[in-house]
Design a binder for this molecule. Structure first.
Ligand SMILES: Nc1ncnc2c1ncn2[C@@H]1O[C@H](COP(=O)(O)OP(=O)(O)OP(=O)(O)O)[C@@H](O)[C@H]1O
Ligand SMILES: [Mg+2]
Length: 276
């Protein structure tokens, strides 16, 4: 969901119907929330993804690193239905093949994506942005004009605390710093309770202090949400990869996978990426 699509879809009483998958229908008995099976994507004969196989566990915070052009963003495009693979499958839970669902259906199934550029409603306050995100959640009946329930208010306040914007609640989003806008957008995604959240370079353009706070925020989400984070900032990755796995992509496939220490000391990873 991006701001533009929200702006074009004011709540209209809920006539739209979507091929949606209820989150409680997601079968994750085998522990994986996402499984990419031999995904290949070609652009004019060039393989951006080459039999990419990868799985993400429920509640896992997975970091994906790798050189420019490795296929990291293309991987997210495939998961979210923006790009169709030439071959391979993407399973969300045990039985939902995402390559057969439309982009909106995938979002409604519970996959949220944060693009690099923040897309918030600049002329609305922080609170209103969260309220709009909550009310345009297509998994519930759109009720933009209805009053918030106590539970919804609590949820907004809990999110404000998490994204460190409690003191900015009445501020126009357009007046926030770049980092604060990024947090707000993360909050707008979280409030829709995604089963899986994809973040592409979340700390690009942030100050050091903002980067550090973003690391803390993501560490708080570990175990509560399943997250895939693509980043080039290795200090940041080290801070959120603690106890978790890092996957290194190179030329469209997995080059290495393991703890941060393991991949950092892998000679192949040093050669293609870290030693540059
Ligand atoms: N729509 C497209 N048409 C043609 N080529 C594309 C398209 N999208 C991506 N590519 C190419 O596919 C390769 C993988 O790109 P991708 O954006 O996935 O890399 P990345 O790992 O995200 O890199 P970065 O770290 O720079 O963001 C690159 O060579 C890129 O030029
Ligand atoms: Mg990219």
């Amino acid at each position: 969901m991006n701001a533009a699509s929200v702006a074009l879809e004011p709540g209209d009483g809920g006539t739209a119907s979507y091929a949606r998958v209820k989150s409680d229908e997601l079968d994750t008995r085998h522990g994986a929330i996402l499984y990419l099976d031999e995904i290949t994507v070609s652009f004019d004969g060039f393989k951006a993804l080459n039999k990419l196989t990868l799985d993400i566990g429920v509640g896992e915070l997975r970091c994906i690193i790798g050189p420019n052009g490795a296929g990291k963003t293309t991987m997210m495009d495939v998961i979210t239905g923006k790009t169709r693979p030439d071959s391979g499958s993407v399973f969300f839970g045990q039985s939902i093949d995402l390559t057969r669902l439309s982009e909106p259906a995938i979002a409604h199934a519970g996959i949220g994506r944060k693009f690099q550029r923040p897309t918030v409603f600049e002329n609305h306050t922080v609170f209103e942005n969260l309220e709009l995100a909550m009310k345009t959640d297509k998994r519930v009946r759109p009720t933009l004009l209805a009053k918030l329930s106590g539970e919804q208010r609590d949820s907004i306040h809990a999110t404000l605390e998490l994204i460190r914007l409690k003191d900015e609640v009445r501020r126009l989003a357009g007046l926030l710093s770049h980092g604060q806008k990024q947090w707000l957008e993360i909050g707008m995604l979280l409030i829709q309770e995604p089963k899986l959240l994809l973040l592409d370079e979340p700390v690009a353009g942030m100050t050091d202090a903002e980067t550090e706070r973003t690391g803390e925020l993501l560490n708080e989400l570990r175990g509560r949400h399943s997250l895939v984070v693509v980043e080039h900032d290795m200090d940041f990755v080290s801070g959120i990869a603690v106890g978790g796995k890092v996957t290194v992509l190179h030329e469209g496939s997995v080059l290495a996978e393991g703890t941060m220490d393991q991949v950092q000391s892998d000679p192949r990873v040093i050669e293609v990426y870290l030693g540059r």
